[in-house]
Each structure stands twice: as structure tokens, then as C-alpha cells.
Design a protein around this ligand. Structure first.
Ligand SMILES: [Fe+2]
Length: 186
């Protein structure tokens, strides 16, 4: 089989390593869109929807961890109850990042409590037993990890800022899952 060999670009050939001048010009219009320039692409609404579903997921996670923090208090392991609160606060910080980015992209962050659980990827949980709480949280974290990984894949190079933010959140969700797995096996 013959292997086609790429021809190296010669000095006279135009390179594709140049900026899109028309897009630069267009960036000075539509000022109300803030950081979203006309070349942002056709996926803005879809990206905002992904972020809003992630926001709902984080808010449900805050509620679940808070519930577990207060109801696990007084049980055998106050250290775990304390850990639930740390997680709740970190999920709340993720929710803030997501809401802020949604607004930057010109969207409306959806905090509506009536649709939270139906939009969230992860479940709320009212387990009373400490082991069942740990298990429910581990399941939720793994679902969150999977959803962020998929989102990052979908975003690819469509929005590097949003992708980087999601990568940071993903790393923390992976830490949460790792900690819960350790607690569960103690
Ligand atoms: Fe988490």
C-alpha cells in the first residue's frame, strides 16, 4: 500500500495560522452581548442549558449534603457529618461559578425550586443510616463526574473558558468521590 506523504508547506504558501479579520471586526459590534462575540458559534443556548442542568445538580447536592450533615450529627461519626458540610459548601461554590458563567453568556440561571430535582442529574436522599448516606453521596458524585466529563467532551474547543471551569469542578467532584469511597470502606 502506498502511503501518501504530506507536502511540507513551502515559504511561498499561505499559512492557516492567521486570525480571522472579519471576526475581529465583528467583535466591535453587538456590545450588549458582553464577552460573547458574534463568532461564538450557534451553541450558546445549548451550552447555557447544559450549565443550568449542572446548576440544578449542584443545588440538589447542596441540599442532600446539608440534610446528611444535620441528620448524621450525633451519630457514631461526627467527622463524617463534618465532611458532608465541607462537600455542601464546595458544591455551593460550584453552583455560584455555574450561575456566574450562565449570566456572562447572556443566559438566565435557573434556581427554580419547583423543577430542581427533575433537572438535576443526581438524586436527593433522606437516608438515616450513615453507610446509606455515604453510598447515596458516592452514587451522586459518580453521576456528577460522568456528567461533567461528558459536558467537557461536548464543549471541546467551542468555549475554552467554560470548559476550563468545568474541568476544575470535575477535579473536585472526583476528589469527593474518592473521599466517600474511603469513608465507605473504613
Ligand atoms: Fe461533589
Amino acid at each position: 500500500m502506498k502511503i501518501a506523504r504530506a507536502t511540507p508547506p513551502s515559504a511561498g504558501q499561505p499559512s492557516d495560522m492567521v486570525l480571522d479579520e472579519a471576526a475581529l471586526k465583528a467583535a466591535s459590534t453587538n456590545l450588549d452581548d458582553g464577552p460573547v462575540t458574534p463568532s461564538y458559534g450557534p451553541h450558546r443556548e445549548a451550552i447555557i442549558k447544559l450549565l443550568n442542568d449542572a446548576l440544578a445538580t449542584e443545588l440538589v447536592c447542596v441540599l442532600r449534603y446539608k440534610r446528611h450533615h444535620f441528620t448524621a450529627d450525633g451519630l457514631a461519626s461526627p467527622a463524617i457529618a463534618k465532611e458532608f458540610l465541607v462537600h455542601a459548601n464546595e458544591e455551593a461554590a460550584h453552583a455560584d461559578l455555574l450561575a456566574e458563567r450562565i449570566v456572562q453568556l447572556g443566559g438566565d440561571p435557573d434556581f427554580s425550586p419547583s423543577t430542581l430535582t427533575s433537572r438535576s442529574h443526581a438524586d436527593y436522599d433522606e437516608s438515616k443510616d450513615l453507610k446509606a448516606m455515604l453510598r447515596a453521596n458516592l452514587v451522586a458524585e459518580r453521576v456528577a463526574v460522568e456528567s461533567y466529563r461528558q459536558m467537557i467532551h461536548l464543549l471541546a474547543d467551542k468555549d475554552p473558558t467554560t470548559r476550563r471551569m468545568l474541568e476544575g469542578i470535575l477535579a473536585q467532584e472526583e476528589e469527593h468521590a474518592d473521599e466517600l469511597k474511603d469513608w465507605l470502606h473504613r
